[in-house]
Design a protein around this ligand. Structure first.
Ligand code: ZN
Ligand code: ZN
Ligand code: ZN
Length: 325
């Protein structure tokens, strides 16, 4: 796999719609890392994890996330679909191959191993017992002294018998009736986050967590806010968190290995914007070399294994600064 360039996740994250964000986070948070649509006869294929939204409603969201390289798809199942309206709310009937009637009686055929007789279910059933109509001995256990060797059908309208019915489907949505040849047989697709998708999701969760801390302390929080540096160059930070004279600039290094690259990028910006209080948040841990570098430029490094831990630590930083300003 090709290495992801350092800022790919930021560029992609900024391109995401709220619906794309919701879908990506649902895929990341799904146990086993695969988001599968659910099916039921009231909602067709849908995602209970995403406000019960239909797969068909999210078609463009899914296409965008795949095009942006954030999720992969894989086959999960197959479902019969209406050739007219595409619905999966499909009923199935056994019909008579001679007259087309749905009024077909189905019986299983039982073979008695002891005497070799093959008999219809209705001739074997005697109360709650199964008795061989030929040798009159009781059946004991399925697979031991008898088995079900096939099925037998009789049309109750034309009275003809047959071994295999014609399978017919009816769409519950538009009412169309169609046979196996006319049916569509759709793929049901499941979705997993790619490595880039995971990185973007982690960055998102981190930005959300830090935003919440800022907002709950009465700060104004701006995502990808910009500031003009002393040099005149406009700098962008992951989060700008402002209250009165205090401006905190937060950059996120969602991947510990890139912490140093992230920190170096922040350094250049911080050097040019001396009025901001700079913070770099890193999951899970900043590389050892960063501590001295960060200290020299008064950059506060907040590190932790999860967004929750970082949230707590950032709250402490905020308390320290608001207490002293
Ligand atoms: Zn018939
Ligand atoms: Zn028998
Ligand atoms: Zn239909």
């Amino acid at each position: 796999m090709a290495a992801i360039p350092p800022d790919a996740s930021i560029a992609v994250l900024k391109s995401l719609s709220q619906e794309e964000i919701n879908f990506l986070l649902a895929a990341v948070e799904e146990e086993g890392g695969t988001l599968r649509p659910h099916f039921d006869f009231t909602k067709d294929l849908h995602f209970p994890q995403i406000e019960g939204k239909m797969v068909s409603e999210l078609k463009h969201v899914i296409e965008n996330l795949i095009a942006k390289g954030l999720i992969d798809q894989k086959l999960s199942d197959r479902l019969i679909a209406c050739p007219e309206c595409g619905s999966h709310l499909i009923l199935t009937y056994y019909t008579c191959p001679f007259c087309g009637s749905r009024n077909v009686l189905k019986e299983n055929l039982h073979e008695h191993f002891i005497c070799g007789a093959i008999s219809r279910e209705s001739t074997v059933k005697q109360g709650d017992k199964l008795v061989c109509p030929v040798c009159k001995r009781e059946f004991k256990a399925l697979g031991k002294d008898y088995s079900i060797v096939g099925a037998w059908f009789e049309c109750e309208d034309c009275k003809k018998t047959f071994e295999a019915p014609v399978i017919m489907h009816k769409c519950l949505k538009c009412g169309l009736e169609f046979d196996v040849r006319g049916a569509k047989y759709d793929h049901v697709v499941a979705y997993s986050p790619t490595p880039l998708g995971l990185e973007v999701a982690n960055r998102l969760k981190l930005m959300k967590a830090i935003s919440e801390v800022g907002a709950s302390s009465g700060f104004e929080v701006e995502w990808f806010g910009t500031m003009k540096g002393v040099s005149g160059i406009i700098h962008e930070f992951s989060l700008l968190i402002k209250k009165q004279d205090l401006t905190i600039a937060v950059d996120i290094a969602s991947n510990g290995n890139r912490g140093l690259i992230g920190l170096t990028a922040t350094l250049a910006k911080v050097y040019d914007t001396p009025t901001v209080k700079p913070v770099v948040a890193i999951i899970p841990k900043a590389p050892a070399e960063t501590a001295a570098l960060a200290a020299r430029y008064n950059i506060v490094v907040v590190e932790g294994d999860t967004a929750e831990v970082i949230k707590e630590r950032f709250a402490d930083v905020l308390k320290r600064w608001t207490g002293s300003s």
